[in-house]
Design a protein around this ligand. Structure first.
Ligand code: SF4
Length: 275
């Protein structure tokens, strides 16, 4: 009789709430699950702490991919060109490829933390041996269920949400909103300065690329500009609140953040880093 092929079950943690909740949700349903984290080496310090907390709840190691090679290696390979949603080499090099290499040619079930109310597609592997599954969608779990899973497990929400950041991923991620840059500047001024240091003329063309659309981080950190961004944000939140009287506060903030997405013609890139 032919030997049955072993199927591996893999869940990729991003440091965000949805993949964390999914790991908790699946822990006892799929005991053989392998948990991984593709480390860009540019995550917030809080994210590394959060991953330790999740690993301790799971009672299993979270395997770190890119253990030796992080963002700066690829940044040099790309001639010092910072990524953007139109030049998104980082997701491919730092998230997708390491994941596919880790899977190899074996049959893999890839667990993705998209929620039931979400319509966006995931930036997932199209290799024929990898099959994506969406347990939250299949079981009809929405944002409040995810919050509940995190609360009752004791793992909690990602720590960066305490200072108003909504996304996991690199501290300099170009998907970050203006208000999140302001909060980064106020909470981690050292990381803001490190992000700023990447903004310099691209060596091949002399073009000056910025992380945030339409302005450099040196411009964005000017006190008057930061105050303006904060005021605009409060107005947006108030407007959103009056439209959403029956939803959770977290949803109000999430909606307000997505409402100001600047040029989000391809949000798939952030899914793999930020679910
Ligand atoms: S978090 Fe942002 S900058 Fe980092 S790899 Fe993902 S898309 Fe690129």
């Amino acid at each position: 009789m032919a030997e049955q092929k072993k199927v591996r079950h893999i869940l990729s943690l991003s440091g965000g709430k949805d993949s964390a909740a999914l790991a908790i949700y699946m822990r006892d349903r799929v005991p053989e699950m392998e948990y991984i984290f593709s480390d860009t080496q540019k995550e917030l310090p809080e994210t590394y702490e959060y991953l330790d907390r999740i690993a301790s709840y799971l009672g299993k190691e979270v395997v770190r991919l890119n253990a030796d090679i992080g963002f700066d290696h690829w940044y040099e390979m790309y001639g010092g060109m910072i990524p953007s949603n139109h030049r998104r080499w980082c997701t491919r090099a730092l998230k997708l490829k390491p994941f596919e290499q880790y899977c190899g040619d074996q049959e893999v079930v890839n667990y993705v933390g998209l929620r039931a109310e979400e319509n966006r597609g995931g930036y997932i592997s199209h290799k024929s041996n990898i099959t994506a599954v969406y347990p939250f969608k299949e079981d009809g779990l929405v944002l409040r269920d995810i919050e509940e899973i995190l609360r009752t497990s004791g793992v909690g929400m990602p720590p960066y949400t305490q200072w108003g950041r909504t996304r996991s991923g690199c501290y300099f991620c170009f998907y970050q909103q203006k208000i999140e840059w302001v909060r980064l500047k106020e909470t981690h001024p050292d990381l803001y300065d490190k992000a700023k240091a990447y903004e310099k003329p691209y060596e091949k063309t002399g073009n000056f690329f910025t992380w945030s659309q339409g302005e450099s981080l040196s411009e964005l950190e000017q006190p008057a500009r930061m105050e303006h961004i904060k005021r605009e944000h409060v107005i947006r939140i108030e407007r959103q609140k009056s439209r959403n009287e029956n939803v959770t506060l977290a949803k109000v903030f999430a909606d307000a953040e997505s409402a100001q997405e600047p040029d989000d013609d391809d949000e798939q890139g952030c899914l793999v880093c930020q679910l």
